[in-house]
Ligand binder design. Structure first.
Ligand SMILES: [Zn+2]
Length: 120
């Protein structure tokens, strides 16, 4: 099955996210490039910059949790099972997003209800 391939992709993504998180650690440095960012910098005040950096970091942390959860499910042997209806998640869907936790039907349902928080 394509499980090994997906696991490899998840592990790659995890490394990338970890790397990005290391760089996102120091908010004030990462958001702006050294020289060319100087002009932008003057147009934004510090709280805005801080909020932006925090947003990026939060998103990275969420992505990391999602990937780690997917890897844990692979280890536990329940990978590819929808967390809501316990049906199988399409291979297509998993190839596009190996960290998907819901089948297409449940995902659409969740989007309609705006219940995105549970989608780690
Ligand atoms: Zn489902």
């Amino acid at each position: 099955m394509l499980l090994d391939e997906l696991r490899g992709r998840l592990e790659d993504s995890l490394l990338q996210v970890e790397d990005a998180l290391v760089h996102a650690g120091d908010a004030s440095v990462t958001v702006m490039p050294d020289q060319s960012g100087a002009a932008c910098l003057s147009e934004m005040d510090a709280p805005q910059l801080q909020a932006m950096a925090t947003g990026i970091r939060d998103r990275l942390i969420q992505v990391r949790m999602k990937i780690e959860a997917a890897l844990a499910r692979i280890s536990a042997g329940c990978f590819g099972i929808c967390c809501q209806c316990e049906g199988e998640i399409d291979n297509d869907r998993l190839e596009r997003d190996p960290a998907a936790v819901f089948c297409a039907t449940c995902m659409v349902e969740r989007e309609i209800h705006g219940d995105r928080l549970v989608d780690f």
